[in-house]
Design a protein around this ligand. Sequence first.
Ligand SMILES: N[C@@H](CCC(=O)N[C@@H](CS)C(=O)NCC(=O)O)C(=O)O
Length: 210
Amino acid sequence: MDMPIRILGRDTSINVRKVLWTCHELGTGFVREDYGNGFASTHTATYLNLNPNGQVPVLIDDTFVLWESNTICRYLASKHAATGLLPAHPRGRAQVEQWMDWQATELNPAWRYPFMALIRQDPACQDADTLAAGGKEWNRMMGILDTRLTHTGAFVTGDEFTLADVVLGLSVNRWKMTPISHADLPAVEAYYQRLQQREGFTLYGANGMP
Ligand SMILES: N[C@@H](CCC(=O)N[C@@H](CS)C(=O)NCC(=O)O)C(=O)O
């Protein structure tokens, strides 16, 4: 019998919860181990050998080790041939990947300062002007998502729920839960309600702010 996959990372982490939500969508079992802030150290030689960035999550599937949460989600969907979550057709797949990459490289940097200031209460992030600019930029990026969702009327890449919605669903939750002045984004709001119909969202999408 195959060993269950191991997921190293605290379940309060937004990036760990992407992976947990993906496992739930796939109906695949896993064993999660608490690593990261407040739990087992990610800076031991053993952990750094698994992930030289000293971050969570890490996936261990038998002898195969993987880090970067979006890549882990894609690996799991491919392994289970879950073509609903990650289409096999090059264009369908590329669209899912495009929005996942956008989340990682464009959207994530926009929320970092406001999140560190308002949720983590980081003393190094308490400059009012930088915070205001950060909130504005975060809203601008969410406006790009709003325009897209207005166009699809459902999920990020169209009528079907995909891995892009796992990743962006968590991002929308983070935006909603951080007390900045939120732009009025009706399509994002409707999307957020739509996601709440999914069990995976209620389990992993809407908690774990730290
Ligand atoms: N690009 C990485 C980012 C991972 C990351 O930032 N992880 C955070 C938690 S969300 C972390 O490890 N923080 C330190 C800790 O928890 O000890 C990914 O998507 O996996």
